[in-house]
Design a protein around this ligand. Sequence first.
Ligand code: 13P
Ligand code: ZN
Length: 294
Amino acid sequence: MLGPSSFLRPGPPPAAEGFELPCIAELGAMAWRGFGQGWHERNGGNASYRLTALEAAWVREACPAGPWEPLGALAPGVGGELFLVSATGSCFHAMEGDLAPLLGIVEVDGEGLAWRHRWGFSDGGRPTSEFTGHLLIHQARMAATDGAARVIYHAHPTSVVALSKLLPLNPRTFTRALWKAMTESVMVFPEGLGVVGCLVPGSLELARASAEQMRRFPAVIWASHGLLASGEGFDDAFGRMHAIVKAADIHLAARTANGGSDRFPNELPDATLRAIAEGLGLQLNEAFLGGEGA
Ligand code: 13P
Ligand code: ZN
């Protein structure tokens, strides 16, 4: 269980009496649930949340600003925004009680060139090593969702990483395999899934490649590394991660039971994927339908 509400209002006293930042406890709870799923060995994984205008105004008022530090890349689309973000090296298995050492709130300058500290990182920590990637991905998802997406969540789920060692590393192959794993998949990622090859964690190359994919997709697989999912809120992002992991689990379980082959006797045909989407009024990504193995 997360601790008392004292850590919801860390640092200086609030400007507006009674105002709280529930996002701090919510991000902690998401991380804790992800650890429970086995997705966060050691310091594996990270998360960020873009504050609402009301939350940002309160933090600007109540929390003193640190010095500006350059960002790894230009991110004008998130200029002026504030983000709650996990600290680099923070262990999600420790995401309980006082979250101020494990999380921080940072402000991006108006041009998207620099960031500064506003709250948290109380043990002298800094934002996740994937922070530049998170900002570029926030920028991409804001554009893709008309500003609705607020959460970016990265984890290291075993089955997704294992699958990235078996399938060709392209969005069409992964999307089709996981759409066909279970009927729920088309509801969770009708746009499909992005895939990037094995790139250096925390690198600008990984950040840019991921953001490019996230302009089109709500989640991206990092080969031999993990998965990154976006959402409007914490439950949305966690739920998307959970459903993708479940689909990967099913694909691998069926494949193992099928002697290693992905030619399943009862494969879900494209016609059924279309029928599910039509029944629910969803727009499936046509580029991933039809063709070989349909
Ligand atoms: P951080 O501890 O810097 O967030 O790194 C964890 C991780 O999963 C990198 O991809
Ligand atoms: Zn990682």
